[in-house]
Design a protein around this ligand. Structure first.
Ligand code: FPP
Ligand code: MG
Length: 314
């Protein structure tokens, strides 16, 4: 990753250096590489493919921080905050261009097709999110479409790419893809819960950010679903979410007590417990999808990684 920072453009080099050294979890390349290991070994093309997954991920963050007006990411100032929106977008584009170059060098047309579809999915997911934002009545169908496209697709493709490079038959390739998709969904669902339960320090970004951005995420959807229509708790929660949405849409500050009460209600109505239960269901589906693989340390690592993402704190 460090090798792709261009030496002759200071602005691009500095902004890319900043975003590439943010110290993320590297979870996308990790599951790509572990999938390859579980299939018999990490071949050089897979290392490059794993890098492509991370490059695309960082590119989306550079673009996403512009869309979300985010000032902080991974506990540090965002590129857009320091160098401006234009540089953030162009640094993301540069990363995408470098990822395309890497895909060309790998020279496997199926892998090129898979990652092209990921890029389309990422845009699709983001647009679906914009379409459904600030809407209390967001349907589950929209939530899952957004989450599959925006998050799970990149996880699924990393795992599927490992199967392609190891020339697995179609049915087994689908199983690994299924693992990645359910892993990614669980990851996103836990992310939704962390927005209410983690501290800003642990998360490296502001809490209750989704609601501030008009997003009906899993905890709020499940909290509302878990309360009776017209009950005091549901009426209060709906009112609070509407207040946050109205302020968010006008870019107005939101009173601390409104945020705290919303968090309290979502917790007390079982929104977080049910969210973690939903995440566990997807972890189970992910682990079940791996049953065709022979026992190995890598398979075990994939399984335990899937299980531990439920307990993650950032
Ligand atoms: C983070 O979401 C954003 C994504 C996972 C995808 C963003 C996709 C785009 C901006 C469109 C396509 C971009 C490219 C480069 C193809 P979040 O805001 O929920 O997460 P956060 O809390 O970490 O910011
Ligand atoms: Mg964001």
């Amino acid at each position: 990753l460090k090798a792709i920072v261009p030496p002759d453009s200071e602005l691009l080099a500095d902004s890319l250096q900043h975003s590439l050294s943010g110290g993320g979890k590297f979870i996308r390349p990790v599951i790509t590489l572990l999938s390859g290991l579980a299939l018999g070994g990490v071949i050089p093309a897979l290392v490059e493919t794993a890098a492509v997954s991370e490059m695309i991920h960082i590119a989306t963050l550079l673009h996403d921080d512009v869309l979300d007006d985010a000032a902080v990411r991974r506990g540090r100032e965002t590129v857009r905050n320091r160098w401006g929106n234009t540089v953030s977008i162009l640094a993301g584009d540069y990363l995408l261009a470098q990822a395309s170059l890497k895909l060309a060098q790998i020279g496997n047309i199926t892998i090129v097709g898979l990652y092209s579809q990921v890029l389309a999915d990422l845009c699709d997911g983001e647009v679906e999110q914009i379409r459904s934002s600030y809407q209390l009545a967001t349907p589950w169908e929209s939530y899952f479409r957004k989450s599959i496209c925006k998050t799970a697709s990149l996880f699924a493709t990393g795992c599927e790419a490992a199967a392609v490079l190891h020339q697995l038959p179609e049915a087994e390739r689908q199983r690994l893809k299924d693992f990645g998709r359910n892993f990614g969904l669980a990851f996103q669902i836990v992310d939704d819960a962390l927005d209410y339960t983690a501290s800003q320090e642990a998360l490296g970004k502001p809490v209750l950010d989704d609601l501030r951005n008009g997003l009906m995420n899993a905890p709020v959807l499940l909290a509302l679903e878990n309360t009776e229509a017209g009950s005091a708790a549901q009426t209060e929660l709906r009112g609070l979410v509407q207040t946050i949405f109205d302020a968010g849409r006008q870019n107005e500050p939101i009173a601390e007590e409104v945020l705290l009460r919303t968090r309290e209600l979502i917790l007390s109505t079982g929104g977080i417990d049910r969210t973690l239960r939903l995440a566990r269901e997807h972890v189970k589906r992910a682990v079940d999808a791996l049953s065709f693989l022979p026992a190995s340390e890598a398979k075990q690592a994939l399984e335990s990684l899937a299980t531990t993402i439920i307990e993650r704190s950032n």
